[in-house]
Design a binder for this molecule. Structure first.
Ligand code: AGP
Length: 610
């Protein structure tokens, strides 16, 4: 779980590289290093054991000046944490490289390089990459060709940044099954293992695909595909800090954040998947091995994050048949658990600072779990720093107290985790490709449902003067109903409760009359027949239904039913899309009631106390 940053700038880039490392420190912090090409074309390198601050202090004592450079924060896999094993690694005092990932054929490569007279100074698999490049250059090729030759020589996962003192002003990058992005900014061009690290310096980001090699200068990027042909990779806008911190054209952060979902969802899945595979590496260096050994899952979380966990239980159990328990963190931490061998412990949190979730994680770390994994939106958070594996959701700052885009991005992340786990347990390759295709379509569906905003605003008028509201769903839609109820109660202060539709007649139906609206989630899935029966039972007792359904179910507006027409979405992914109209419904109901949307009474964005 190392972090890479590289830059070719118009001025000295060492400060930018160190700031980038600080933002990447959550990925690993047992040692760090930086290398730049100095104005007199020498390679200057400083490495230190310990946290990034130790490196920053060391750089402060020396002068490090160069327009081209790379830096790295390490989380040891091959070779203990030490200055000697820290990146950048060099070869021939000319080549410096940073690497994230694992080179699986490192033993045979090391053996070969040693027999050919290479002087290898560290215990790492990464240093071998520098020697492979240097060897090629000594045979008379340029750095670009030497970097391209790595594809034939390396097995495993890698994201690599390379500089050569003899080609100043150029930075080379390649990746395979390990994330690497290129950032385009005013002060130069950057590479990073993580978009988040580029946010302050870049306005656009390009996602490299497996086998791509990039030749980068301060104002150009040329990318070659796996077969050596020049390829065009689209660039995507990174919202600026100003855009993030302002409401823009929206009256409230919550509405802005609801509308940001298509972009946030795209960012969350980009660079974590190829067309046929989720990169286990995106979760951390030894994720693939941990996933192979995972037999069960325990998830803990609070509030909205808990609801995301409940949805994922259906995915883990139905698609890949891995048993999954989901528990509210404040309950989990005070129970005496039975922990089965091979259980992966997962925390879900937008903020990464929720006290109960963090306490649950700390307890879990001493309880014999296989490993801990966190899905989180804040790179620097305690949860991220303290977990063995991490997947950042990249939803962007969420300022509104009501969590919206984090929920849909958490669901995407959990779906990716399910695919990666499935892959480690021999999931059918075609099924894997299909699910990835479906997941990629989600931001498009989100765009589509956001067009329902005006229709939902009208329907919300029916909630304005109500005291109570019920939400119903079945199967995988039940946790979405719970999330809809939470959204409505927290910002509009209307009492809202969710029930599995089948449970209505075991009690709640006693409350139904025309004073209580019932929001029903009824996609055209295998539960639709049963949902229709529940809806009839409600109508015959005078209930008023807000129905989220698709054209295929044949249900239309009629007395007692207002329909929100949803697109037809693959059943298992439908929760991601059905959550969005519920956010809008809660938002508009709260606006009509004149509530404080972004800072509802008694609530805090991050619950850091018990
Ligand atoms: C959701 O809208 C909430 N305000 C709240 O329930 C939140 O989801 C919960 O406090 C958990 O926060 P976290 O995701 O930051 O851990």
């Amino acid at each position: 779980m190392c972090g890479i940053i590289g830059a070719v700038g118009t001025q000295n880039v060492s400060g930018l590289l160190l700031q980038g490392l600080k933002r990447l420190e959550y990925r690993g912090y047992d040692s760090a290093g930086i290398a730049v090409i100095s104005p007199n074309q020498q390679l200057q390198r400083i490495r230190t054991a310990g946290k990034v601050q130790v490196l920053i202090d060391e750089v402060g004592k020396n002068s490090l000046d160069g327009n081209t450079g790379i830096a790295h924060t390490r989380w040891a896999t091959h070779g203990r944490p030490s200055e000697n094993n820290a990146h950048p690694h060099t070869a021939g005092d000319a080549i410096a490289i940073v690497h994230n990932g694992i080179i699986e054929n490192h033993e045979s490569l090391r053996h070969r390089l040693l027999s050919e007279g290479c002087h290898i100074t560290s215990d790492t698999d990464s240093e071998l990459i520098a020697h492979l490049i240097h060897q090629k250059i000594r045979q008379g090729v340029d750095t670009l060709t030497a970097v391209r030759s790595l594809i034939q020589q390396l097995k495993g996962a890698y994201a690599i940044g390379v500089i050569n003192k003899d080609e100043p002003g150029r930075l080379f990058a390649t990746r395979f099954s390990s994330p690497l992005v290129i950032g385009l900014g005013e002060e130069g061009t950057f590479i990073s293992s993580d978009t988040l690290a580029l946010r302050p310096v870049a306005t656009q980001v390009i996602y490299l695909e497996d086998g791509d090699v990039a030749d980068i200068t301060s104002d150009t990027v040329t990318i070659y595909g796996i077969n050596g042909e020049k390829v065009n990779r689209p660039s995507h806008k990174i919202p600026s800090n100003h855009e993030i911190a302002s409401k823009g054209k929206y009256p409230h952060y919550m509405l802005k954040e609801i509308f940001e979902q298509p972009d946030a969802m795209s960012r969350t899945i980009q660079s974590r998947m190829t067309t046929h595979q989720v990169m286990a590496e995106a979760f951390g260096v030894n994720a693939a091995d941990i996933f192979r050994r995972t037999k069960r899952i325990q998830i803990i979380a609070c509030g909205t994050s808990y609801h995301a966990g409940l949805v994922s239980k259906y995915w883990f159990e139905e698609i890949i048949r891995i048993p999954c328990e989901v528990e509210i963190a404040s309950e989990y931490r005070y129970r005496n658990h039975i922990i089965e061998p091979g259980t992966l412990f997962i925390t879900l949190s937008q903020s990464g600072e929720t006290a109960d979730t963090l306490a649950g994680l700390r307890l879990a770390k001493t309880s014999g779990y296989l490993a801990t994994l966190s899905i989180c939106n804040v790179a620097e958070s305690s949860l991220v720093r303290e977990s063995d594996l991490v997947l950042l959701i990249d939803a962007g700052f969420e300022i509104g107290v009501a969590s919206t885009k984090s929920f849909t991005c958490q669901l995407e992340a959990l779906f990716m985790l399910m695919i990666a786990l499935g892959h480690a347990h021999a999931l059918d390759a075609l099924k894997e490709t299909d699910m990835i295709r479906e997941l990629r379509a989600m931001p498009g569906y989100a765009e589509e449902v956001l067009k329902l905003n005006a229709a939902i605003q009208k329907i919300a008028k029916g909630l304005e003067h109500k005291q109570n509201c019920f939400f119903i769903g079945r199967g995988i839609q039940f946790p979405v109903a719970m999330e809809g109820a939470l959204k409505l109660k927290e910002i509009s202060y209307i009492h809202a409760e969710a029930f599995p539709a089948g449970e209505l007649k075991h009690g709640p139906i006693a409350l139904i009359d025309n004073s209580i609206p019932i929001v029903a989630l009824a996609p055209n899935d295998d539960m639709i027949g049963k949902m229709k029966s529940s809806l009839e039972e409600i109508l015959s007792r005078g209930g008023n239904i807000v129905l989220l359904t698709t054209g295929q179910t044949g249900m239309e507006n009629r007395d007692g039913i207002s329909v929100i027409h949803m697109p037809h979405v693959p059943k298992l992914l439908a929760p991601i899309i059905y959550a969005i109209p519920l956010q809008l419904l809660a938002y508009h109901a709260a606006v009509l009631k004149g509530a404080d949307i972004d800072q509802p009474r008694n609530l805090a964005k991050s619950v850091t106390v018990e």
